[in-house]
Design a protein around this ligand. Structure first.
Ligand code: TRP
Ligand code: SF4
Length: 334
């Protein structure tokens, strides 16, 4: 198998939840075993929507990176996966230079028809997203990717239109200035159907998330009132586990015997929902234990985060600088 360069980023949203873990981080952990991986904090991208409230960003960066390291990005001792690099977007100013140059060749119509743009400008009511920066979000994202000449970009389906744009912009650059960048391939991450405690998609903004760092009593407090099969109103009603988010969590966290017990018990009204939820709590707590142990170590010694980022920033910077030398030459700049 040829080793590919993989790159992906996350906006700094603070502490990560189970949805991030199963939707993104598990995939990163798998990829870092097989490929050269670059994972970065997209803090400039955070400003495209949080431009009026930048004060939380530093704290959010720190909490998110602690979670990355706690789950095993860079390896359990933070060095046993030497081909993995984490870095901070804003530490590599070259992204901004490439973003500027790409903005020269990106037709406005490509950005205006971007479905995420249209959707968010209409739907997000509490912010004014009619900005130059927000429209250019995918242009910056393209710079993030191609400055490292990444071959594969693992993202969820919601990011697929952005990646398609990145490929188009890359092709246009290569056409105008000569073959410079590989066209990045989208590596679609399958997101398991992990729902929050209210039955909607798990998301920090819905207030329905279970965080990787939640202690056992908080997990219990969140799980006990959790949404279940809405048709199961009374203890005597038979339920359908396939439509119940509690059952989805059991399938991820519980041992096979418990899963069978839940499935049978739910369908026959043999068990109650509270009983079912109570048996889920220790399963989740146990899975999160090693992650939280690692987290506590890092929190005690916060330099670990700075060191990991500084080291990664240096490595990323070197590649980005080399790429930009080639790019300037291709554009007849100095
Ligand atoms: N837009 C991505 C998200 O919201 C974050 C991101 C920024 C990204 N730049 C990237 C992802 C480059 C992959 C590659 O999740
Ligand atoms: Fe959901 Fe469990 Fe209740 Fe069935 S018994 S509806 S799986 S919480």
């Amino acid at each position: 198998m040829t080793i590919k360069r993989v790159l992906s980023g996350m906006r700094p949203s603070g502490k990560l939840h189970l949805g991030h873990f199963h939707g993104v981080l598990e995939n990163w952990l798998k990829l870092q075993k097989e490929h050269e991986c670059f994972f970065f904090v997209a803090d400039w991208h955070a400003l495209t929507t949080e431009y009026n409230n930048p004060s939380a960003i530093q704290e959010n960066i720190k909490e998110m990176v602690i979670d990355w390291l706690s789950v095993g990005i860079l390896g359990t001792d933070l060095k046993s996966v030497p081909n993995s690099t984490i870095f901070l977007q804003s530490a590599i100013k070259e992204h901004a230079e490439l973003h500027l140059l790409l903005s020269m060749i990106t037709p406005l119509s490509w950005l205006e028809r971007n479905p995420t743009y249209k959707e968010q400008v209409d739907e997000v009511k509490d912010k004014d997203l009619h900005t130059y920066g927000f429209l250019g979000y995918p242009v910056l994202q393209t710079a993030d990717i191609i400055i490292y000449k990444a071959n594969m970009v693992p993202v969820g389906i919601d990011q697929a239109p952005h990646l398609e744009l990145s490929r188009e912009i890359t092709r246009r650059f290569n056409f105008l200035y000569g073959e410079t960048f590989p066209e990045p391939q989208t590596l679609l991450t399958e997101t398991p159907k992990l729902l929050g405690t209210d039955g909607r998609k798990m998301s920090k903004s819905y207030n329905n998330a279970i965080f990787l760092s939640d202690p056992p009593d908080v997990i219990e407090k969140k799980l006990l009132p959790m949404f279940t099969d809405p048709a199961r109103q009374r203890r005597t009603d038979k339920g359908n586990p396939e439509v119940c988010p509690v059952y989805f969590l059991h399938k991820i966290y519980s041992i096979p015997e418990t899963i069978t017990w839940v499935e049978q018990g739910c369908k026959t009204a043999g068990i109650g929902c509270i009983e079912c939820k109570k048996s889920l709590i220790p399963s989740i707590v146990k899975k999160l234990e090693p992650i939280q142990k690692k987290r506590a170590e890092i929190v005690k010694n916060p330099d670990i985060v700075n060191e990991a980022l500084n080291k990664g920033n240096k490595k990323a910077l070197k590649i980005a600088q080399e790429t930009m030398t080639g790019v300037r030459k291709a554009l007849k700049l100095q």
